[in-house]
Structures are given as structure tokens and as C-alpha cells.
Ligand binder design. Structure first.
Ligand SMILES: [Zn+2]
Ligand SMILES: [Zn+2]
Length: 391
């Protein structure tokens, strides 16, 4: 990945509320290197001698919709909380685009790996290897470039990297930063245990415990490389219309209150790819939508959905829809069609769209119910008379 900046914007002053007690103001910069790679940089007091840093790379399902099948969302929220509360300088570099999504696998490969993990009950490393995808090719060269712009490499400065991944600290040390690792201890749950174990044994991440010696009630034991038999690595999707495909449904656990301390609810999840645009479709577990189901359509908002910007209402709106899918609120059963908003047909970034959300002047319902793709999805799901979702 090159280090020549193509587009740069900001700083914009923006408020973020990444959870209870984690409200904070950050200067937000957008730095794009290529149509496959851009970074949102949140910075506060970065002139201080010690700077706490989180390097996050996109995991759409976890970061945008709050899936807790992996710990990516939990880690992001924990790091944000620490960055909001620290007296040191604070910096988050959130990297998005095909070069970053899913540890650098890209959108489509990430989804194919997810499908395999569900269908075959295998862990993330095994699914990547089976598909012939590099398990973790990220090199952080652009992030290093950005950190130098903020003079974090200067003498007598220290960078504390909030991460369990030593692979995020070593490249900084090699680039001359005085960097040290600060562990993030995400709570181990029955939902993320398999993923955490895979990170420890397969990816060499650091945890305070030996996870293989821990038993977690209700956790599904994922098969790993050493114990595989007859895994079918083909992930053929269903065909949808002329230019569409669909994978799913898969039951996935979500933090439907938008934070990890809230309710976790499994929801049926589909991945639709139409004309090379990707959509996540969610509805109540085991309850296929009726022909007159309530439908909410929206596009991903990076600052709102992912980072908790309060300049827009995207996060609040999403939370209401997700909570409506909880079987304990039976008066509602909405269907959510959620467009990954940052990519065009060739899976390239759309900076204008990202920036509109950064500034808080984007239209939250960019994906309209009458969008041709939304129509195709609804038709395919048998929703012939969609109703507007009422909160
Ligand atoms: Zn993830
Ligand atoms: Zn928004």
C-alpha cells in the first residue's frame, strides 16, 4: 500500500458517545490513499508526551451493526471508552476500504469466510485458509505515515497501543516509535469464545489467560485446522434476479442496545450482493417477514453507526430497529435492509459519502425503500406490501 495521500479533509470538530460515560470531543480527519484505502483519524490532545492509540480496521458486521460473533465491536467500544477517559493524548485511526475490511480480506471474501464459519462451524483462521485468503496481510504502513504527520515519532514521546495484537505494535517499533502494548481484555462470552481462541492460537494475539484451558458455558466449539474432516469450502450463493446473489440466513448475535452491557439477541442475517453492492438484511430470529412487514432501509454511517457521532441520529435509529426485532417486544417485527455505504460498483470508496457523514450533513436514509435493490430484496423475501417502520 502506497503512502501518497490522494484526498485529505478536516479537521472537523465532532462529538462522539461511544457508550455510557464515554462522551468525548475529537478532531476528525479524513485521509484517503487510494480507492481501496482510507482512514478516519480521531485526535485529542495529541501534542501530549504520551498518546493512547487504537488502530482499528473495518469489520463491517461488528462495527456497523453490533454483531458480537467476533470481538471486533467490543474491542472498538472498549478502546473508545479508554480514549474518551484518558488524560494522555488520544488517537483512533479507523481504516476502511477493501484493503482493511476483515483483516485485509475485502468485503466479499469476508462474507464468504463468514458463510463458511457458520455452515461448517470452523474458526476464522481455518475459513480464511480454506478459501485461500491471507490470514492477516495488514502492514500498517499508512497508519505509520499518519502517525508521523502528527509527530508521534519524535524523541521522548510514547505511544501506548490499545490492542491484543502484537502485530499492531511491532510495525510501529520497527518504524522508530516508542510504542508499547496495552491489553484490552474484552469479556469472554459464549458468543465470542471461539473467535478469541482462534485469535490466540491461530493469530498469536496476547490474552491474560490461556483460553484453551477455560471452559465457557454454552460456547460452541469451533473446529480448527488440526481436526478437520470433509469441509466443503465452496460457498455457492443463491441466485437473486439477474445480477444478484444471497447467502443466508445465519443466526448471528447482536448487541441490540448498541453496547455490550445491554441485551444480546440472535437475529437472522442475510448477505445480498446486487450489482456488486452489498446489503445486510436482518429480521427476528426464526420469524420470516410477512408480506406486509415493516421495513427500514438505511445506509451505513461511519461516524454514527461505527464511532457513535452524535451529529446525526443514525445510531439511535438503528438501535430502535434492532430492539424491535427482539422477541420480547412482540408488537414489532421490522426487517432491516442495511447498505454498506462506502463502496461503489467496483468496491471503491466514495469519499463524498463518508465525508457527508463525518460533517453530520448526510441524509440518514440514503437507501430509500423504493431503491431498485431494496425492491429486489423485498420481492425475493416475499414482502409485497412493505410498511414504513414506525418507532
Ligand atoms: Zn470482526
Ligand atoms: Zn450518520
Amino acid at each position: 500500500m502506497g503512502t501518497k495521500v490522494k484526498t485529505q479533509a478536516g479537521p472537523y470538530d465532532a462529538p462522539y458517545a461511544a457508550g455510557e460515560g464515554a462522551e468525548s470531543q475529537f478532531k476528525t480527519h479524513y485521509i484517503e490513499y487510494s480507492p481501496r484505502s482510507a482512514h478516519l483519524v480521531l485526535a485529542r490532545n495529541v501534542e501530549r508526551s504520551v498518546v493512547d492509540l487504537r488502530l482499528a480496521t473495518a469489520c463491517s458486521l461488528a462495527h456497523q451493526l453490533g454483531s458480537v460473533k467476533c470481538d471486533c465491536g467490543t474491542q472498538l467500544r472498549m478502546a473508545q471508552k479508554q480514549l474518551a477517559q484518558t488524560d494522555n493524548g488520544a488517537m483512533m485511526i479507523y481504516s476502511l476500504g477493501e484493503d482493511h475490511e476483515g483483516r485485509g480480506a475485502g468485503e466479499l471474501n469476508h462474507v464468504r469466510a463468514y458463510v463458511l464459519q457458520h455452515r461448517e462451524r470452523i474458526d476464522t483462521v481455518t475459513s480464511y485458509k480454506g478459501l485461500g485468503i491471507d490470514v492477516d496481510p495488514r502492514n500498517y504502513g499508512q497508519q505509520v505515515h499518519i502517525m508521523r504527520k502528527f509527530a508521534l515519532h519524535e524523541r521522548k514521546r510514547k505511544v501506548r497501543v490499545l490492542t491484543n495484537n502484537p502485530g499492531k505494535v511491532l510495525p510501529l517499533k520497527e518504524a522508530g516509535f516508542n510504542a508499547e502494548q496495552l491489553l484490552l481484555n474484552a469479556p469472554i462470552t459464549k458468543f465470542n469464545y471461539g473467535q478469541l481462541l482462534s485469535r490466540q492460537t491461530g493469530l498469536g494475539h496476547t490474552f491474560k489467560d490461556d483460553l484453551s484451558s477455560i471452559s465457557v458455558e454454552g460456547a460452541i466449539k469451533l473446529r480448527t485446522n488440526g481436526e478437520l474432516d470433509n469441509v466443503d469450502y465452496s460457498v455457492n450463493p443463491d441466485i437473486v434476479g439477474e445480477n444478484g446473489t444471497r447467502y443466508g440466513p445465519f443466526p448471528l448475535p447482536y448487541a441490540i442496545d448498541g453496547n455490550d452491557e445491554g441485551r444480546i439477541q440472535e437475529l437472522d442475517t442475510y448477505y445480498y450482493i446486487i450489482d456488486e453492492r452489498m446489503y445486510f438484511v436482518l429480521h427476528r430470529l426464526g420469524a420470516p417477514p410477512t408480506s406486509s412487514a415493516e421495513v427500514e432501509t438505511m445506509s451505513a454511517c461511519l461516524p454514527g453507526h461505527v464511532l457513535g457521532s452524535t451529529l446525526c441520529t443514525c445510531r439511535t435509529k438503528l438501535k430502535k430497529v434492532m430492539q424491535g426485532m427482539d422477541p420480547n417486544s412482540p408488537e414489532k417485527s421490522p426487517v432491516l435492509i442495511f447498505a454498506l455505504g462506502y463502496y461503489d460498483r467496483q468496491a471503491n470508496l466514495k469519499p463524498d459519502e463518508v465525508l457527508a457523514h463525518v460533517r453530520g450533513d448526510a441524509d440518514r436514509r440514503e437507501l430509500r425503500p423504493d431503491h431498485p435493490h431494496a425492491k429486489i430484496i423485498l420481492e425475493h423475501m416475499g414482502v409485497r406490501d412493505p410498511q414504513t417502520f414506525s418507532e
